[in-house]
Design a protein around this ligand. Sequence first.
Ligand code: TMP
Length: 241
Amino acid sequence: MEKRELLYDGKAKQIFATDDPKYVIMNYKDDASAYYGVKKSSIKDKGMMNCHISEIIFNYLQKCGIKTHLVKCIDDNNMLCRRVKAIPLEFIVRNLIAGSLARRLDIQEGTMPQSPIYEICLKSDLLRDPMINRFHVKALGYATDETLDAILKMLKQVNEALQKLFRQVDIDVVDFKLEFGFDNDGELILIDEISPDTARFWDSNSKEILDSDRFRRDLGQVEEAYHEVLDRLQKLTSNLD
Ligand code: TMP
C-alpha cells in the first residue's frame, strides 16, 4: 500500500492517507510531550516501542473479540490501520487512583477504588481536554446515547482483557486512555494507541513506574521503562505462539 498525503500531525503520531481510501498509515514518532505540549523532548526508539507495544495489545484485544483499527505493522514505526471517523472524545479507565484524579480529589496514589472509574474528556489540547459527562456528550452532539452505551461496554471489555494480559507479565494496569471511531462500514472500533504514553503501568512487585510519568516527573530511565514493557510483552507473546 502506498503512503500518500499527511492527514494529521500530532504530538506523538502522524497519520498519512494511502492509495486506498479505507486505510491510513499511522507513524509513531520519538517525540515526547507532557502537560498539553508545554514540556517537549525526544525519547530514543519511543516510536518503535509504542508501535510494537500497541501492536501486541491490539492483536490480543482482537483475539478477545474487541474490534480495533489495527491491520498490521508495516515496519518498526508504521502501522497500517482502518480509516475512521474519529469521535472527538477521550475515555479514561482507572483501576488505581493516580495522576490528575489523585491531585484533584487529594487521594493517595495507588489507592484502589471500590470499582473501576470511567471518565470522559473532550479531545482538545487548547482547552486541556476538559472532563465532561454523558449529558454534555448527548446535548452537544459528540455522540449518541446508543454509541456511548456501546463504548462503555467496550471500556469494560478492554479493561478486563488488559488486566488479564498484563497480569501475566507482572504489571499493574493503573489507568489508561482510549479513543474510538466509526470505520467505513459504520462499525464502532477502538483506535489510536495503547502504550506507556497513554496508560500507567507499574511493576506489580516493586511498584516501579514503567510509563510516561517517568518523563512527566523527570524520574529518568524513560527509554529503559518502555523497553521493559515491550520486552515482557514480546517474551509472553512469543511463548504463546
Ligand atoms: P491523568 O491522570 O493525567 O488524567 O491521566 C489518566 C490516563 O490517561 C493516563 O494513563 C494517561 C492518559 N492520558 C492520555 O493518554 N492523554 C491525555 O491527554 C491525558 C490527559 C491522559
